[in-house]
Design a protein around this ligand. Structure first.
Ligand code: PLP
Length: 372
């Protein structure tokens, strides 16, 4: 386990998660049940949407978002290339065509509203956006475009629980928003996700699709004597279980404090890295609230730096390889000048709430020696 002196991420777990899991196991109900219900209510309140639906992972949430938005075969969906491939796979699940858009700038790595508007055609039905690293997309411009061309907005908010744009929480702008509780996310449950919406119609459909299109769940049936169910849709099994939901409940109770700590860590990184030549820190002009899910930098000789940091015991990552360059997506190729430039330089440094100032200083020292 301890391969790296400073890993990319450390779980914010303690006895509370362990106790929550044991309690759920001892309750003798471990599949989707009361803990999932409790989590959904608390999550909806936390984010400020009317409805939240816990899922097996965010990829499932994204699929539900495409289905409930009515996206069909042959429709075009505008999307970033600088994202995790799951954002784009969800477009393909419903047979729609991904139309890749560039990032805004080397500082703002979120989808460019100008490029979105340039790429709208008669076939465009939706825009899926991703709030990179927890920093908001340019929501005023994107929502204005969506109203002008009558396009649905879906938010991949995997990186952005509790992030805000001008005081409004991310994940509350579009017709649906999707979150991941994968083990390295701000909320970690191993696997898990959430689908959130303000539309009761979309919520009802998503709930049906989440569990085989069935009108009642096993937990509901277990509380009443032998109730039959109807099947109304060709659904899926995208359910979360109560063990993971009980972990998520502990994690969301820690979330605000965890994010405050991450804000301090970002400030420390900026303090120690700002004078190192050959390195730049994106989102330097960002004024809103970010979950700081990851800490990305741009470095001229990225691959060399990465190899040398590994030798010093510092784990890094690349978020992300651009989706339009993957073999399966090359047929949707678009020239994305800035995305191609930044993805050659992107490097993610360690980020987690227990990261210490001494460790950040060490990372900065190593970087300054390497870059020189
Ligand atoms: C931006 C983004 N979208 C989608 C996903 C998929 O989430 P999950 O692994 O929960 O399916 C991730 C997870 O890494 C992500 O970072």
């Amino acid at each position: 386990m301890a391969r790296f002196k400073i890993p990319l991420f450390k779980l914010n777990f303690d006895k509370k998660e362990e106790i929550a899991i044991i309690k759920t196991i001892r309750s003798r109900w471990i599949s989707s049940g009361p803990k999932v219900g409790e989590l959904e209510k608390k999550f909806a309140k936390l984010i400020g949407t009317k409805y939240s639906l816990a899922t097996s992972n965010c990829t499932a949430s994204l699929h539900l978002a495409m289905l409930t938005a009515g996206i069909k075969e042959g429709d075009e969906v505008l999307c970033p290339s600088l994202t995790f491939v799951a954002t784009v796979n969800a477009i393909r699940y419903v047979g729609a065509i991904p139309v890749f858009c560039d990032v805004t700038s080397e500082d703002d790595l979120t989808i460019s509203p100008e490029d979105i508007e340039r790429k709208i055609t008669k076939k465009t039905k939706a825009i899926i956006i991703m709030h990179y690293a927890g920093f908001s997309c340019e929501m005023s411009k994107i929502m204005k475009i969506s109203r002008k061309y009558k396009l649905k907005v879906i938010e991949d908010a995997c990186h952005a629980p509790l992030s805000e744009y001008k005081g409004k929480k991310l994940g509350t702008f579009g017709v649906a928003s999707c979150y991941s509780f994968f083990s390295n996310k701000n909320i970690s449950t191993g696997e898990g996700g959430m689908y959130s919406t303000n539309s009761s119609k979309n919520y009802t459909l998503a709930k049906l699709l989440r569990s085989h299109g069935m009108t009642t769940a096993s937990f509901e049936r277990s509380n009443k004597s032998s109730i039959m169910y109807e099947v109304l849709e060709t659904g899926y099994n995208y359910r979360m279980d109560d063990i993971r939901a009980s972990i998520a409940l502990v994690q969301i109770a820690k979330l605000r404090k965890d994010i405050l700590q991450r804000e301090k860590i970002r400030k420390l990184y900026i303090k120690y890295l700002k004078d190192i030549k050959g390195i730049s820190i994106p989102f330097s002009n960002f004024k809103g609230k970010s979950s700081n899910y990851i800490f990305p930098i741009l470095a001229d000789n990225r691959d060399e730096i990465r190899n040398l940091l590994v030798k010093k015991g510092i784990q890094t990552s690349i978020h992300y390889q651009p989706v339009h360059r993957f073999k399966i997506y090359r047929k949707y190729y678009r020239k994305l000048l800035l995305t191609d430039i930044v993805t050659g330089k992107l490097l993610t440094l360690p980020m987690y709430s227990s990261l210490k100032e001494e460790e950040i200083k060490f990372i900065a020292k190593c970087l300054s020696q390497i870059v020189k």
